[in-house]
Write a protein that binds this ligand. Structure first.
Ligand code: PLP
Length: 396
């Protein structure tokens, strides 16, 4: 049996990027793409942002990695800034989103253990959720396509229906640790939680002594126009997993928690060789420099409104194909009446526009947060042109 050197777990497309310039990607043969996928909500500052690339280059030349056996002035500085700008009191740095989710799950279990209630180990999660690809993270989703063949999975999860508060409340029992939920589901199809749903989960947590654990790996870090999406719901979480945009393209994640929720995470309970190394901290702190700069998040909001308007205006002209727009800020989804994967491929291959397919036939539109009006106009033009010539397959 022949097996490619690169393990063939991804259905990779023909685009083979070798360079990035702001909001554009350039392929092997010099072809240009408008990048409204951003490495799946990662390249929040676009490609080659001078502040980020300089910070990484300078830090690489100064000190790339030391063990977490030593003191971390870089980690303390970034954690303090994140704490100062969020609900959290404490931060654990990881190298990816799934690891941030793992830390969040461990922190939640350990909280109840520290409170003398180790039987409260079960997290209630939701249909269409995506939390990453580790065994813990796939155990936290009931999507079979991610779980098939990997059993036995980690016990300790129960599955309710997203945006159906009663279905979640009905699962609470003496073994429940809390809820793990994406405020806006990304892979699931840009499905935003309703305010009543998220606020209802918070209320149930307060009533039953449970933890509200949010997976903001995709929707966090400025994507929706606030540093974290939950800020727009008037909901204060206990634990949050962050990643993707947090390093602007450098592998970085974080588990944020209140002091109370993190009470069980004492010496020796968790660790990571690379997690929070000086190079990652330089990347994370450069991203935060830009994101906390006056006007940055307002810009995201303004561009989000502008992009949504543009999409909404376009829909009636192509209502054989498009159904509607969903999402928040610059985390938008264009719902199609037919298969979104084929339309995403068509936009990419014939119109030089990169987007990402998601569940429920949604085209995910996740541009760099630094886009300008001209990029939006270009994207709308490309989408309109694509919609004009695109013919859905008969079996879509
Ligand atoms: C991408 C994603 C993850 C997993 O992040 P990785 O860095 O791929 O491990 C987890 N949760 C959500 C909501 C995501 O979008």
């Amino acid at each position: 049996m022949s097996m490619p050197a690169l393990m063939p777990v991804y259905p990779r497309c023909e685009v083979r990027p070798v360079r990035g310039e702001g909001c554009y990607l350039i392929g092997e043969n010099g072809e240009r793409y408008l990048d409204f996928a951003s490495g799946i909500a990662v390249n929040c500052l676009g490609h080659g942002h001078p502040h980020l690339t300089r910070a990484i280059a300078d830090q690489a030349a100064t000190l790339m990695h030391v063990s977490n056996l030593y003191g971390s002035p870089q980690g303390e500085a970034l954690a303090e800034r994140i704490v100062a700008n969020s609900f959290a009191d404490t931060v654990f740095f990881t190298n990816s989103g799934a690891e941030a989710v793992e830390c969040a799950i461990k922190t939640a279990r350990r909280y109840h253990f520290a409170n003398g209630q180790p039987e409260r180990h079960r997290l209630i999660t939701f249909n269409m959720a995506f939390h990453g690809r580790t065994l813990g993270a796939i155990s936290a989703t009931n999507q079979e396509k991610m779980r098939d063949g990997f059993e036995p999975l980690l016990p300790g999860f129960a599955y309710a229906t997203f945006n159906d508060l009663d279905s979640a409340l009905a699962l609470i029992d003496g073994e429940t640790a809390g809820f793990l939920v994406e405020p806006i589901q990304g892979e699931g199809g840009i499905r935003a939680a309703t305010p009543e749903f998220l606020q209802g989960l918070r209320k149930a947590c307060d009533e039953h002594g449970l933890l509200l654990v949010l997976d903001e790996v995709q929707c966090g870090y400025g994507r929706t126009g606030t540093l974290f999406a939950h800020e727009q719901y008037g909901v204060v979480p206990d634990i949050v997993a962050a990643a993707k945009g947090i390093g602007g393209g450098f592998p970085l994640g974080a588990c944020l928690a209140t002091a109370d929720a993190a009470r069980g995470m004492i010496f020796g309970t968790h660790g990571s060789t690379y997690g929070g190394n000086p190079l990652a901290m330089a990347a994370g702190s450069a991203v935060l420099d830009v994101m906390l700069d006056e006007g940055f998040l307002d810009h995201v909001k303004a561009m989000g409104d502008r992009l949504r308007q543009g999409l909404e205006q376009m829909i009636p002209n192509h209502d054989h194909l498009f159904e509607g727009v969903r999402g928040m800020g610059l985390m938008l989804g264009l719902k199609l009446k037919s298969d979104s994967r084929r339309f995403v491929a068509h936009c990419r291959d014939h119109h030089g526009l990169l987007t990402v397919a998601a569940g429920e036939n949604v085209v995910r539109i996740l541009p760099p947060l630094v886009i300008e009006e001209a990029h939006i106009a270009e994207a709308i033009e490309k989408l309109s042109e694509a919609a004009r010539v695109y013919v859905p397959a008969a079996d879509d």
